[in-house]
Write a protein that binds this ligand. Structure first.
Ligand code: MOS
Length: 723
């Protein structure tokens, strides 16, 4: 719907907004990893030309509730927990003055011992990130009797796996513009959820949600970095209240890497048991995750999650813990907990298949989930078709390396599967026919880059019978937009789309009644196709003609809230296939070909869905091959907080990626897609590297150094006389 605006630069992102007399703000952050701010000398900042206000942890005690799941996190904190923790902010007439002012603030700290790794946080007498300890236990979960099931296994594989800390790296950095009119606050935010943002701000400031208006017209990606309410939205609101002027808070790319959360790293121990014929009987996962100084992972979710949903096995047990360290906060990033979990479980499955001498594709076909968690009926399950159609399109048999490791480069193929939750919930929409014959869809979506606006328009077009060219979408403003769930958890199409469908269907009924009034033919004998009212296939009149007779806009509103019947589970599925080429000398890995087969239910818009798959696979390639947020062991700070040093995949490294959709029927309609697209990627690539080289990588990213070391290890193993 907005390709032209986005491509021509007309689209106004939050940072593009201008208000008369607006001020620019920069945050002031802690330079010590663990300690207490004793004193702040503002004079350098206040004396900086153009600076209007300096606020610190001693002036404002607002709590940012969404900032940490187990403890209170102050917006400006005097108890600092990592290098980059926010202790204040500066507002000034120009960006330059705000920047200079923030750099001129001097803070004196009482410094404590700090901890930067899981080991040091767990050590006896370790420095405390929080007074009540460094370990955040989450629930144990699982089903069946694991020990009994392992007892029946003839093959048991164990392994330890690690995933690195990575960052959302969405193109649009944080920006938030706020102003007050009396006791009413308006925030132009770069948020994934205008309603989540509004409710969070209202709660934190202690004002009614009705007094807060949030507007987001264009969004440059988020991937979980801007779900619910963010501290920079609050900072803008507080500075605007203090100065009586509009205030825009902006983050630089390095602020973004340091002061907004990324994805937590994981360390996982897995145990997998199979019987002689290769049936998986038991799986056990124990994980420790470095969650930084704060976790923005909401309750009650685990830090490693998902593996229990891919396979049918007799018993499963999972246990995980988040470990606090004096390093930047972690939190939601596209499929929170999924890629970590999938990497470990889909690697150990590959190891088991190899040990049993079973083709990894056949192993998955044999064991893939049919009854979820051994007790729940799946509303739909296209996983088998994903595996079969994906393998066919990929050329699985031809691309598998039969065992030849060539001198210079070798190629190989790998597969990995995944499942992801596909929730149902509240959606609202208003769809109307205007007097000039256009359809207007009003929804609370912001469109974080998934094409949500287009998706809503397509749903309205199909269900009203009007051409897509006649559909307009109004979106992204809590004043005027019906409620929509935040664009997180891959929920928008299922939640809000369901309401758009209901409202559009009702509107079509209303239009047919009106057309019946004009034509005298019963509504049941009429239909709308491509903007025309038809009877027995013959055009009677145009919908525009009906619209002309209206006294005012014809509006249909819908609020939907489908629920899953007890004992059922609703999941999306994927089977990913990767072909890699590995340079035996340097260890460099190139992905040659990639096929991603997805069951996300009926696909509404294959163009935007395909884009989701491409984006997710590229993001997964980053996790697999190049991305790692490097943390200093000296002070826990981020060492590579820029796109120069944090290595996102580039287009040259991106192979041909083929997306396949199974379009499985699901009684509740479209299932989730956005997040699952990246979940199996690292495992598929790692399994392909194993097939190419015989080197099993259990730690992401698969850097050339690690791959080369593995190949070197293999060589010495095969030397005569070795061991
Ligand atoms: Mo997402 S990580 O559910 O915004």
């Amino acid at each position: 719907m907005d390709a032209l605006e986005r491509a021509t630069g007309v689209a106004r992102y939050a940072a593009d907004w201008k208000k008369k007399d607006m001020l620019y703000a920069r945050i002031i952050t802690s330079t010590v990893p663990n300690g207490r701010v004793v004193e702040i000398d503002k004079s350098g900042a206040s004396g900086t030309e153009g600076v209007v206000d300096v606020v610190t942890c001693f002036d404002d005690r607002t709590i940012w509730h969404a900032g940490e799941r187990e403890h209170e996190r102050r917006l400006f904190t005097d108890r600092v927990r990592f290098v980059g923790d926010c202790i204040g902010a500066v507002a000034a007439r120009t960006r330059m003055a705000a920047q200079k002012g923030s750099e001129a603030v001097r803070a004196r700290y009482e410094e404590y011992q700090a901890t930067f790794t899981i080991e040091s946080s767990l050590r006896e007498g370790a420095p405390k990130v929080w007074d009540d300890g460094n370990v955040l236990k989450t629930r144990n979960y699982g089903y069946g009797d694991v020990e009994e099931a392992f007892g029946a296994c003839s093959v048991i594989v164990e392994g330890e796996y690690e995933t690195a800390r990575v960052h959302n790296s969405q193109l649009e950095p944080a920006a938030s513009l706020a102003w007050w009119e009396g006791d009413r606050l308006t925030v132009v935010a770069a948020t994934q959820s205008i309603f989540g943002c509004r409710n969070g701000i209202a709660r934190d400031l202690g004002i009614p949600a009705d007094n807060v208006r949030v507007i987001t017209k264009y969004k440059g990606g988020g991937f979980g970095n801007k779900a619910d309410s963010m501290n920079y939205d609050l900072i803008a609101a507080i500075l605007a209240r203090r100065t009586g002027r509009p205030v825009m808070v902006e983050y630089s790319r390095s602020d973004e890497f340091t002061s907004v959360h990324g994805r937590w790293s994981s360390r996982q121990k897995l145990r997998l048991g199979c019987d002689q014929s290769g049936n998986v009987l038991a799986l056990e996962v124990n994980a420790m995750c470095d969650i930084g100084a704060y976790t923005r992972r909401i309750k009650p979710f685990n830090f490693v999650d998902g593996a229990q949903s891919y396979y049918s096995c007799r018993a499963f047990r999972g246990e995980d813990a988040g470990v606090y360290t004096n390093t930047p906060a972690t939190g939601h990033m596209r499929a929170p907990s999924g890629p970590q979990s999938c990497f470990a479980s889909e690697t150990i499955m590959d190891e088991a298949a190899f040990r049993l001498g079973i083709d990894p594709l056949q192993f998955r076909l044999r064991n893939m989930v049919r009854v979820a968690h051994n007790s729940e009926t799946l509303t739909s399950n296209g996983l088998e078709e994903c595996l079969r159609a994906g393998a066919e399109a990929f050329g699985w048999k031809e691309r598998r390396n039969a065992g030849a490791v060539a001198a210079e480069t070798s190629t190989g193929a790998g597969v990995a599967i995944a499942a992801w939750h596909s929730r149902l919930g509240r959606g609202e929409a208003a769809v109307s026919l205007t007097r000039d014959g256009r359809i207007v869809v009003r929804t609370g979506v912001v469109d974080i880059g998934t094409g949500a606006k287009t998706t809503m328009a397509v749903i309205a077009s199909r269900n009203t019978g009007m051409p897509i060219e006649s559909v307009d979408v109004e979106w992204g403003d809590t004043e005027g937009s019906p409620y929509s769930v935040g664009e997180s958890g891959s929920r928008t199409t299922a939640f809000t789309g369901t309401a758009v469908k209901a409202a559009s269907t009702a509107l079509r009924g209303r239009i047919l009644e009106k057309a019946s009034g004009i034509s005298g033919i019963a509504p049941g004998s009429l239909e709308i196709r491509n903007g025309a009212v038809l009877n027995a296939g013959r055009k009677l009149l145009a919908v525009e003609d009906v619209a002309e007779t209206l006294e005012s806009e014809l509006v249909e509103k819908a609020a939907t809230e489908p629920a899953l019947p007890k004992g059922t589970e609703r999941l999306s599925f994927a089977a990913h296939f990767a072909e890699v080429e590995v340079d035996s000398e340097t260890g460099a890995v190139r992905v040659l070909k990639y096929v991603a087969a997805h069951d996300s239910g009926p696909i509404v818009n294959s163009l935007t869905a395909t884009s989701q798959v491409h984006g997710g696979v590229i993001m997964g390639m980053g996790m697999a091959l190049t991305e790692q947020l490097l943390i200093s062991d000296y002070d826990g700070s981020v060492l590579n907080g820029s796109f120069m040093l944090y290595r996102l995949p580039n287009i040259k490294q991106t192979p041909d990626i083929q997306a396949i959709f199974i379009n499985t029927d699901d009684p509740f309609g479209p299932k989730s897609l956005g997040e699952i697209t990246l979940v199996p990627v690292a495992a598929a690539i790692g399994n392909a590297i194993f097939n190419a080289t015989g080197v099993r990588l259990r730690r992401t990213p698969f850097t050339p150094e690690r791959v080369a070391a593995g190949i070197e290890g293999k060589r010495s193993e095969s030397l005569p006389g070795a061991r």
